[in-house]
Design a binder for this molecule. Structure first.
Ligand code: ADP
Length: 510
């Protein structure tokens, strides 16, 4: 087996080298005649040094030397040339890229010294090349474009990703004028000017920027760049190192999203206008039907019998139900909900609660729900009774809806500081912690199956919140999934005795 640690030397010579071979006894020497396939012989044996002996004419030796240098690529393979002692010959050998020379006058010590120093240089070179290759591997693994541009505006480093995006092999990118080859013409001069100013130290490059690049096929791709100025030991600017992310697709998706968003906003506007119009259109005839039914029921247009009265009261009740639905439409349109007018008057929450509970009596019985009432003596609030009753109705209706049969609902009122508080607690299904904050959003239902199972539109609590806020109050909820929920409505106590609805104190929600 060959010892890898012993440096190998290729000796190209056809004469008897007994003497020389004696000097080189500590190396692995492979001798070959300088022939056609000299280059492949060298490639196959990968020596550390090549010695060309002057077996042929000087010209042939020079040619071989040139060919070896050309074919070793960026590897460093030292060549020692035997020359005549004549200075012209030595100069010619070195001119042909030989790294050193030996003459017929050189003794063993001189030859070994020359070989050793070239071997040391080779070892250092190989180490450097290995480190460079390793660094290249690291930057090639990166999924961002990495490149270095020097003071001549030429590319001195480009990683694999850069080559993939640009569509050129790495070696074709290196050495090219970056701005002239890889930037679209329309921005070329502007960016070049900026870069020259960076090189002169007049400006710092922007840390991050979005700039297009031009690929081999002429396609433009947008890159998000991060540039850093490279400086030498003395602080002189050598160029820039840049890393970039190809954001072409991301940007296109963003633009599409902006477009879609615009369209959605447009649709939303149309929906709001439609809802506003339709609710207004419904309100007028509804008010008229309810008004005339009331007048008829009260006998204002002549005597009616009890059957007729019952029918008219049913019409009025259904008008109220319809009114609720129209209100939903009104609040579903954001624009419109901001224009809801509240007719404030001194209101007793306890009596509003009792009235609403009375209307829902049948439901409590139907589901065998226990009702516990604990109403304290509380001051009046300033409220739009119809709207506030809608709030109480909605919370109670939900409590009934989401509490299984034989459950319990507790209603209480109290005073806390400047507020009166109404609490409606149920022993129902409760709401998961991460969903609670959503229930006041419009059209939100805790889970999709809710609508199928319990009905509803998911807008009731949203309207409640709007109304309560229109009364400068707060609506809060505490809930434990599977245990039940407690809704609290806080309203400010009425302070001004004359704060009844007049044209001046018509309040507008929000
Ligand atoms: P909906 O018409 O669907 O009842 P709401 O806005 O009134 O709409 O309520 C929104 C959602 O909040 C309901 O769909 C339900 O999931 C949840 N929710 C409201 N009240 C209760 C309650 N008392 N117990 C459990 N979940 C409730």
């Amino acid at each position: 087996m060959l010892d890898e640690k012993i440096p190998s030397i290729v000796l190209l010579s056809s004469k008897n080298n007994e003497h020389l071979l004696e000097y080189l006894a500590s190396y692995r020497v492979l001798q070959a005649e300088p022939k056609e396939d000299t280059i492949s012989f060298i490639e196959n044996n990968a020596p550390s040094i090549v010695i060309i002996d002057n077996t042929e004419t000087e010209e042939v030796n020079y040619r071989i030397c040139r060919e070896i240098k050309q074919n070793t690529g960026d590897r460093y393979l030292p060549i020692i040339m035997f020359t005549k002692t004549d200075r012209e010959c030595i100069r010619a050998a070195l001119k042909e890229d030989a790294d050193d020379f030996i003459t017929d006058k050189s003794d063993d010590l001189e030859i070994l010294t020359r070989i050793n120093s070239l071997l040391q240089i080779k070892t250092l070179y190989d180490k450097l090349a290995k480190e460079r290759d390793q660094a290249q591997t690291y930057i090639d693994v990166a999924q961002t474009l990495i490149g270095v541009v020097d003071r001549d505006l030429k590319v001195v480093l480009a990683n694999k990703k850069s080559s993939e995006v640009l569509g050129y092999p790495q070696e074709e990118i290196i050495g090219q004028k970056w701005f002239d080859v890889f930037l679209p013409e329309r921005i070329r001069d502007m960016i070049k000017t900026g870069y020259n100013m960076v090189l002169e130290g007049e400006i710092e490059p922007p840390e991050f920027s979005e700039k297009p690049i031009l690929t081999r096929t002429g396609e433009e791709r947008l890159v998000f760049w991060h540039d850093v100025v490279l400086k030498d030991d003395q602080g002189g600017i050598m160029g820039t190192i840049s890393s970039g992310e190809d954001i072409t697709e991301k940007k296109q998706a963003e633009m599409a999203l902006v477009e879609a968003n615009k369209e959605l906003q447009e649709l939303d506007k149309m929906r709001n206008e439609f809802l506003a119009n339709i609710s207004k259109e419904l309100q007028m005839p509804l008010a008229s039907i309810k008004g005339f039914s009331n007048l008829l029921a009260r006998g204002e247009y002549g005597e009616i019998n009890s059957k007729q009265r019952d029918a008219l009261l049913t019409i009025t009740r259904n008008c109220d139900r319809l009114q609720k639905h129209v209100n939903v439409l009104l609040y579903a349109s954001e624009d419109c909900s901001q224009n809801v007018i509240y007719y404030f008057e001194a209101t007793d929450i306890n009596s509003l609660l009792n009235k609403t509970l009375d209307e829902l009596k049948i439901n409590f019985a139907k589901y065998n729900l226990t009702l516990e009432i604990n109403l304290e003596d509380i001051p009046q609030v300033n409220a739009d009774e119809t709207q506030l009753k809608n709030v109480i109705f909605q919370i109670l209706d939900n409590a009934i809806k989401f509490t299984p049969a034989n459950g319990k609902i507790k209603v209480s009122t109290s005073r806390t500081g400047k507020y009166v508080e109404m609490k409606i607690r149920d022993s129902g299904i409760g709401i998961a912690k991460d969903k609670v904050e959503n229930i006041f959003k419009s059209f939100y239902q805790v889970d999709g199956s809710t609508r199928r199972k319990y009905g509803g539109t998911g807008i009731g609590l949203y309207i409640c919140k709007k109304i309560v806020e229109g009364h400068k109050g707060k609506i809060l909820v505490e809930s434990v999934k599977g245990k039940g929920s407690e809704f609290t409505v806080q309203l400010p106590i009425r302070t001004q005795p004359d704060d009844y609805t007049t044209t001046e104190n018509l309040a507008v929600a929000n």
